[in-house]
Design a protein around this ligand. Structure first.
Ligand SMILES: C[C@H](O)[C@H](O)[C@H]1CNC2=NC(N)=NC(=O)C2=N1
Length: 102
C-alpha cells in the first residue's frame, strides 16, 4: 500500500468532496453532525465494525451529536487507497444515518 502523491492524490481528493486534506498529517478529515448522540454513536458503532473488518481504523472524536474523523495510513506515513475506500464507505454510512451536511 503506497502513499498517494501528485496526480493520484489529486484524483483521490476529487472524489471525496466532503473531506478536507490536511497536508501536515497527509490525511483527510470530515466533521459530521447527527440528530443526537444516539444517532452519532450508532454510526460510530457501524464504522468501528467495518474498520475492524478492513483492519483499517479511523482517528476520531465524538462530542454528543458530532463526530470528527481523520483518515490516514500509519503504515504508509500518509493517505492511501485504504483511506479513500474507507472514506467512501463512511460517506454512505453517514448519509444512511441522517448526517447533516456541514
Ligand atoms: C499492524 C497494523 O497496525 C495494522 O495492520 C493496521 C491496523 N489499522 C490501521 N489503521 C490505519 N489507519 N492505518 C494503519 O496503518 C493500520 N494498520
Amino acid at each position: 500500500m503506497h502513499k498517494l502523491e501528485g496526480p493520484e492524490l489529486t484524483a483521490a481528493l476529487a472524489q471525496l468532496s466532503a473531506w478536507t486534506f490536511d497536508p501536515q498529517r497527509h490525511a483527510i478529515r470530515r466533521a459530521l453532525r447527527f440528530a443526537d448522540f444516539n444517532a452519532a454513536f450508532g454510526f460510530m458503532t457501524r464504522v468501528a465494525l467495518e474498520a475492524e473488518r478492513r483492519n483499517h481504523h479511523p482517528e476520531w472524536s465524538n462530542v454528543y451529536h458530532r463526530v470528527d474523523i481523520t483518515l490516514t495510513t500509519h503504515d504508509a506515513g500518509g493517505l492511501t487507497e485504504r483511506d479513500v475506500a474507507l472514506a467512501r464507505w463512511i460517506d454512505a454510512a453517514a448519509s444512511a444515518a441522517g448526517a447533516e451536511p456541514t
